[in-house]
Design a protein around this ligand. Structure first.
Ligand SMILES: [Ca+2]
Ligand SMILES: [Ca+2]
Ligand SMILES: [Ca+2]
Length: 300
């Protein structure tokens, strides 16, 4: 009997040991933007801002943060607002119609590419069906070699679909239900599956704003599908002299090299401060950065 009990206890222990360990993962350096004329284009811009920092530096002009005029214009341009916007939630005729102007033909922002606020779509709203192609085509608009694929999923399984995307370094645009139907779009950029009965995702919610250093955890049960976006084209390599690897050679790179002067091999932090890769940071690295100042598509 004693043996039997022990064997059962051992089995239980082995079973316990096999339950999933507490796990949490967050994609670092994820840009956060407040809602600007629509949660879908703003959330799309945050995802593209992330990719702008991770191999596709032409997606946004210059760095992905801070949130500023150039980025606002790429979410919803002044032209887009003048053509389609009346007021939040308004289904009134678009201003280009009431003002007797010709139908807009150009697209210059995410809200254009996602067909946000247009026609019968309430201002600030976006049809989920328009989002995948909107993201893909906006990326091509910014750089014709940036190929992304976006696929809309009517439901996403936390462990099967979402966790692997985050593990692969890819944020996911999520549809959520605050009321009874899909009424909001935000970005999932991390997960917490430490409680298998209540898995959670880290949300960048354009309406809430996360106080600095905090993470907005949402229960996965709030989600109702989303868009998985993957880059297909090869990431752009860092330009010569880009000591801090942000696709732009500027004063920051000179500072990184200066802070590492005299260091060798494993002391060099980040390793990219050794611009000419000879194992030492010295004046040759400073000169290499100086010669390349202004280079890199991340500068523009
Ligand atoms: Ca409108
Ligand atoms: Ca740099
Ligand atoms: Ca060197």
């Amino acid at each position: 009997m004693w043996r039997f009990t022990c064997a059962v206890a051992l089995l239980l222990c082995v079973f316990c040991g096999r339950t999933a360990p507490a796990e949490q993962k967050i994609l670092p350096d994820f840009p956060e933007y407040p809602n600007y004329y629509g949660c879908a284009p703003t959330s799309g811009a945050m995802i593209l801002g992330y990719w702008d920092r991770n191999g596709y530096p032409d997606l946004l002009p210059g760095p992905a943060t801070p949130f500023r005029t150039e980025i606002k214009q790429l979410i919803a341009s002044s032209r887009h607002i003048a053509d389609y916007w009346v007021a939040w939630g308004s289904t009134a005729e678009d201003p280009w119609v009431t003002e007797g102007r010709p139908a807009p033909t150009s697209a210059d922002c995410l809200a254009d590419y996602m067909v946000t606020s247009r026609g019968l779509t309430p201002d600030g709203w976006t049809s989920p069906a328009q989002i995948p192609a909107g993201l893909e085509n906006f990326a091509l608009y910014r750089n014709a070699s940036y190929e992304f694929t976006g696929i809309r999923h009517f439901s996403l399984d936390f462990e099967r679909d979402f966790v692997p995307e985050i593990d692969a370094g890819r944020p996911v645009l999520l549809f959520v239900k605050i009321g009874s139907s899909i009424d909001h779009v935000l970005v999932g950029y991390g997960y917490d599956d430490s409680d298998p009965d209540n898995p959670k995702f880290a949300a960048m919610d354009t309406f809430m704003g996360n106080p600095p250093g905090t993470i907005d955890w949402w229960p996965w049960s709030k989600t109702a599908g989303g868009v998985i976006l993957k880059p297909l084209s090869t990431p752009v390599p860092y330009p010569e002299g880009d000591a801090n690897e942000d696709w732009c050679v500027n004063i920051l790179d000179l500072l990184v090299v200066r802070a590492n002067l005299g260091k060798t091999s494993s002391q060099i932090n980040p390793p990219s401060a050794d611009v000419d890769s000879d194992g030492t940071v010295n004046v040759a690295d400073l000169l290499a950065v100086r010669a390349a100042l202004g280079q890199g598509s991340g500068c523009r």
